[in-house]
Design a binder for this molecule. Structure first.
Ligand code: IMP
Ligand code: MG
Length: 172
């Protein structure tokens, strides 16, 4: 197995998630919030964040994927849609694992806005700000990271490593 360098350990991740959960609760108080977890990468983030969220929460799942290829075209495939009735008129908080070029999050924002939520808030665990191709800034982000390919805690390389309890970088 490859050597993996730890970037954020489980304790650091959970502490940051608790902070974000508390900020979200300050914002929404006792209003109902529908969290939209993007599959598969944000599953670990969504579970741990939601366990720390003190408000009134629902959870929905959405799956999109970028087209495979040498260069990022920004074309997104919708693999598992949301039901409009679960979004219309709701306070929606999107939970993403990582924002890189920004194409995926900007697609998700447009897709959800078409269903007329009451409000739309975006939240990502990791933000590779330097790689942005479209102008989009998540409302909440766990950690801003350099241009590194990271794995673990939901994030994969070829569908592997999602089950690591920390976020790491494969040593070259
Ligand atoms: P974007 O559309 O370029 O912002 O890409 C977002 C998606 O690319 C994420 O939801 C991930 O699935 C994937 N991705 C981007 N960077 C990484 C990484 O460092 N590790 C694992 N997946 C990544
Ligand atoms: Mg993803």
């Amino acid at each position: 197995m490859e050597k993996i360098n730890v970037l954020f350990n489980e304790e650091e991740i959970l502490k940051r998630e608790e902070e974000i959960a508390n900020s979200l609760y300050e914002k929404f108080q006792d209003e109902e919030v529908t969290f939209v977890c993007t599959l598969k990468g944000a599953v670990f983030f969504a579970c741990d964040l939601l366990k720390r969220y003190k408000g009134n929460a629902k959870i929905e799942f959405l799956r999109v994927s970028s087209y495979e290829g040498e260069s990022s075209t920004g074309k997104i495939n919708l693999k598992l849609p949301l039901k409009a009735e679960n979004i219309n008129g709701k306070n929606v908080v999107v939970l993403e694992d990582i924002v890189d070029t920004g194409y995926t999050l900007s697609y998700i924002n447009n897709y959800i806005n078409e269903m007329n939520p009451k409000s739309l808030t975006t939240c990502t665990l990791l933000d590779k700000k330097a790689r942005r191709m479209v102008q989009i800034d998540p409302d909440y982000s766990g950690f801003v990271i350099d241009d590194l390919f990271v794995i673990g805690y939901g994030l994969d390389y070829d569908q592997k490593y999602r089950n690591l309890p920390y976020i790491g970088v494969v040593e070259k």
